[in-house]
Structure formats: C-alpha cells, structure tokens
Design a protein around this ligand. Structure first.
Ligand code: ZN
Length: 321
C-alpha cells in the first residue's frame, strides 16, 4: 500500500486537461491507495526556470471571494473523481484510491474563519496555510535557487487563529511552501505533529522550498513527517528542472532524511501532476520502481512499510479527531 503527501490531479480535472502522472486505473494497479489531493487555486502559471540561479517574484495575492468561488469548483471536480474521501485512517484500503481533501493555500477560507467548520463537515482534513503567494494567514517562499527558506514575515494573527482552530477540529496543518519565520511560528503554536507534505532536504538541494536541518529536527521532535517531493528541481543538487534525473535522486533525499530524522519520519509526497518528475519514474505506474530502488538501497520490508504508508497513517491518526 502506498499513501502519498501531494498531488494536483484536481487542478487538471478542473481545467479539463488530461492527467500527467496520476492515472487512477494505473494507480490501483501500482498499489497507490491515495493521499493528499490538493485544492489549489492557481496563480497565473509560474514558468519553470531553466537558468540557475533563479529568483521568481512572489505571485500576487488572490482575494478571498475569488478564491472561495474557484475552490467550490475544485471541490466539485474532486467529488466527480472515482475516489473515496478520507475522514479516518480506516478509510485507506488496498485496491481503492482514497483522497484526503487538502487546501493548498488557505485563500478560500474567510479570514475570520467563519466557513472553516462548513469545510470540515464537507471533508476538509488538511490545510496548507500558503502556496507561495502571501495571503491573510501567512506568506510562502518565493521560488528561488539557491536560497534559504528564511524569506519573509511569519504568521499573521489570523494565521495563528487558523492553526489553533485546525488543532481544535483535528485538521492537519501543512508546512510545505511556508517560509521559515512562519514555520517557527506554527511550531510554537501547534499541538499536532509537524508535517511537510511535499518538501525535501535543503542540505542536498538549496531551493527555498526545502527544509533546513533545524527544521527537520523540529519535525522529528514533534513525531511528525516529511513527504519527499519528486519534483526534480527540489531534488537535484544543481537545482535544474530536467526530467532526465534518475530515481536514485529521490532515494538520496530519503537516505538523508532517514539518517537525520529516523525511519519513522519520512514518507512520499510525490507532487504528481504538479511538477516535473524524473522521467525514469514517469508517474504513478512507476512507483514499484521506486520501491525496488529503496530495496536495492538496503531498506527492508519493515522500513518500506513505514516509508510507503505507515508513517502517514500514524501522523493522520494522531492529528485527526
Ligand atoms: Zn505545492
């Protein structure tokens, strides 16, 4: 069984575009049992930078009313997929794809949080405070390489309230995309395990989107988890966005994170349909190749079970109510 920290299939469905990586029939055949399905209100598309170094300015904020309208349409597109929505860890089963409703960027939520409970009742179980652009709650990192993740101000008062409200309801709060000041603000407030659904090790790839050793240590100390992102630009030491990147680059980050945090704190966070991934992996059908690469790298059955699903299930069980 494979559970995954991030995909953007819903965005493609909403746009009427074919999936790039996450064909749901291929998913079932590959042992993919689901994971976090993002409701992401898009900014005008950020071009994939092919020059290194790169520095893409933060996209413009999106007003709440507009974001809320688009999020309704995204949620409708998710509900049309042949997937179950997860409200408990028991909802994940072999041979079936189960979706965790995840908001990537909290713009669709009213800053006074008046609609959060309605979203919870409809199935929302994970919120990333930000994608990259600033909003009423926090500010994300701009896409930069090389760059520290320490790029701007931390959580707003509304952002702090949102973290507390999510803790109360049992909604997971995602640290991926958040800048470092926001990370430490959230770490100081949240009583749940810290989670980065799709981020990598900054020590191996110095993109602003990746996590420093100090951040990794804080996630470990909270009994949390990092979902390793398959986006080549966040894997490769040179920061390049070329698909001609071997699967062993994913294994390199898993090795580093396991060495730093322990086997209980590392999982998958593919970014399928949201990024350029290694062509050797190709998409969801290639996941068994990644599992064999892990076996070749010395991970035994017990370790692979933790990396592929047990760590996600443990953290979800500790977070959800
Ligand atoms: Zn993302």
């Amino acid at each position: 069984m494979i559970i995954d920290g991030h995909n953007d299939l819903v965005l493609h469905r909403w746009r009427g575009e074919p999936t790039l990586h996450l064909d749901l029939d291929a998913a079932r055949a590959a042992g993919f049992s689901g994971g976090f399905f993002a409701l992401y209100v898009p900014s005008p598309s950020v071009p994939d930078p092919d020059e290194i170094p790169y520095e893409v300015p933060l996209p413009e904020p999106i007003p709440y009313e507009e974001a809320a309208r688009v999020a309704e349409e995204l949620f409708a597109a998710l509900c049309e997929l042949p997937v179950e929505l997860a409200t408990s860890v028991d909802d994940f089963r072999e041979g079936q794809v189960t979706a965790i409703v995840h908001m990537e960027g909290a713009e669709p939520l009213a800053p006074d949080l008046s609609d959060l409970e309605r979203w919870y009742e409809r199935g929302l179980r994970s919120v990333g405070l930000v994608w990259s652009r600033p909003n009423a709650f926090a500010e994300g990192v701009p896409f930069r390489f090389p760059s520290s993740p320490d790029t701007g101000a931390g959580l707003t008062d509304a952002g702090r309230e949102l973290v507390r409200a999510c803790n109360r309801l049992g909604i997971l709060v995602d640290l991926s995309h958040l800048n470092e000041a926001g990370f430490w603000d959230l770490q100081g407030i949240s009583d749940a395990p810290l989670v980065a659904t799709h981020s990598n090790a900054h020590a191996l790839c110095a993109a602003s989107r990746n996590l420093t050793d100090r951040q990794l240590d804080a996630i470990r100390d909270s009994a949390g988890v990092v979902g390793v992102n398959f986006a080549v630009g966040f894997l490769r030491q040179d920061g390049h966005n070329g698909a001609a990147t071997p699967i062993t680059e994913i294994v390199r980050h898993i090795d580093y994170l396991v060495e730093r945090m322990g086997i209980d704190h590392v999982a998958f966070g593919s970014d399928f349909d949201g990024a350029t991934i290694p062509e050797e992996l190709g998409g969801v059908a290639g996941l068994p190749k990644l599992v064999s690469a892990l076996r070749d790298a010395g991970y035994d059955d017990a370790a692979i079970a933790k990396l592929t699903h047990e760590n996600w299930l443990r953290v979800l069980a500790a977070t959800w109510r």
